[in-house]
Design a protein around this ligand. Structure first.
Ligand SMILES: NC(=O)c1ccc[n+]([C@@H]2O[C@H](COP(=O)([O-])OP(=O)(O)OC[C@H]3O[C@@H](n4cnc5c(N)ncnc54)[C@H](OP(=O)(O)O)[C@@H]3O)[C@@H](O)[C@H]2O)c1
Length: 307
């Protein structure tokens, strides 16, 4: 039985990981997991002593840090403010977790984002070798977090993910569910026609994390869909997958959309997962279309369960 301590397990991405792996026995790999996932109210990652006590008592094999301040727009009002919650959680929280992992010699999987980049790389998606250059405060604080994790010296895997979408998550809407719900309700939507993104089904992210926590690997990995789309194509793919009305979808220009945002978006908001696939194999991550087919299957299965 492997023990995994999770911070941020109530969030969009962490909750899916827990759904898939809590107390399951993976027949293929002969492993099962015991997961402890305290809420922020129980273990605040700003509190070093509580983190250390939790790690010492539970004695996990691996710690996964999904915890973050993810309100990208709101973060912009805190720009440069190291006392603000965005810096505190994304940078100092990550540092606290990493230093505790170093102290107790625990492997850390730390989740990060494509927002560490500036979104100007137009010919191919960002790889692990590309130089970060964040354009908004959220991205900047996530980059500080990555740097603190590396500097801590703990055995760490930093996993950058991009546009996670989930069949279910009540607390926060992702782009896929937003498009789906609007189209189902017969409302018109606008989608950017000239931005490139690698939207990723959170089930793929969860499976990728499982593979990484079973390996001895450390370092930086990009985990995303294996091809890219524009948000306009993504909306149309959703309409097609769910047999909904295409004519409700109209294009909007990236610059026009971005102009209204407090936090600048990335025009090329995409990741390249080749390193992950080279080391862990193909078939864990999928194309956007395959990710959406799974999204539909997951929604259909849940609807059937409710009957
Ligand atoms: N969602 C995206 O579009 C996206 C894209 C790229 C990368 N990411 C990255 O993926 C990771 C997970 O994101 P998400 O969308 O799942 O986040 P989320 O839904 O916003 O959830 C944030 C989580 O962080 C926890 N948290 C916040 N402050 C905390 C604190 N002081 N101490 C302990 N826990 C705290 C929250 O716990 P409570 O619920 O208990 O408050 C919650 O579980 C983050 O690292 C994020 O940067 C997300």
């Amino acid at each position: 039985m492997k023990k995994i301590l999770i911070f941020g397990g109530s969030g969009l991405v962490g909750s899916k990981f827990i759904d898939l792996f809590k107390n399951i026995f993976d027949i293929n790999k002969f492993v099962s997991y015991e997961i402890k996932s305290p809420l922020a109210a129980e273990v605040d990652i700003l509190n070093k002593d509580v983190i250390a006590k939790t790690i010492q008592e539970f004695n996990p094999d691996t710690v996964i840090n999904f915890a973050a301040y993810t309100q990208v727009e709101e973060a912009e009002a805190q720009k440069g403010n190291k006392e603000g919650m965005c810096y505190q959680i994304n940078a100092m929280g990550a540092k606290n977790v990493a230093l505790s992992c170093k102290e107790f010699d625990k492997k850390l999987i730390h989740i990060s984002t494509e927002y560490v980049f500036d979104g100007t790389k137009e010919n191919s998606p960002y790889s692990e070798e590309d130089k970060p250059n964040p354009v908004n405060w959220y991205g900047q604080t996530k980059l500080f977090g990555e740097q603190f994790v590396l500097e801590s010296g703990c055995p760490a895997v930093i996993v950058r993910i991009c546009m996670p979408f989930s069949a279910f998550y009540e607390l926060k809407k992702d782009v896929a569910r937003f498009f789906l719900e609007e189209l189902k309700a017969g409302r018109k939507i606008k989608a950017i026609e000239d931005q490139r993104v690698t939207p990723t089904n959170v089930s793929d992210i969860a499976n990728a994390l499982q593979v990484m926590l079973e390996s001895e690997t450390t370092g930086l990995y990009h985990v995303s869909s294996t091809d890219s789309v524009t948000p306009l194509e993504f909306a149309k793919n959703i309409a097609e997958e769910f047999n909904l009305n295409y004519s409700l979808i109209s294009p909007v220009d990236f610059d026009e959309y971005n102009e209204k945002k407090k936090a600048k978006l990335l025009k090329f908001s995409w990741l390249n997962p080749t390193k992950f696939e080279r080391e862990f194999g193909e078939g864990i991550l999928h194309t956007v279309e395959e990710g959406l087919a799974l999204f539909k299957k997951e929604i259909d299965a849940e609807s059937a369960n409710r009957l």
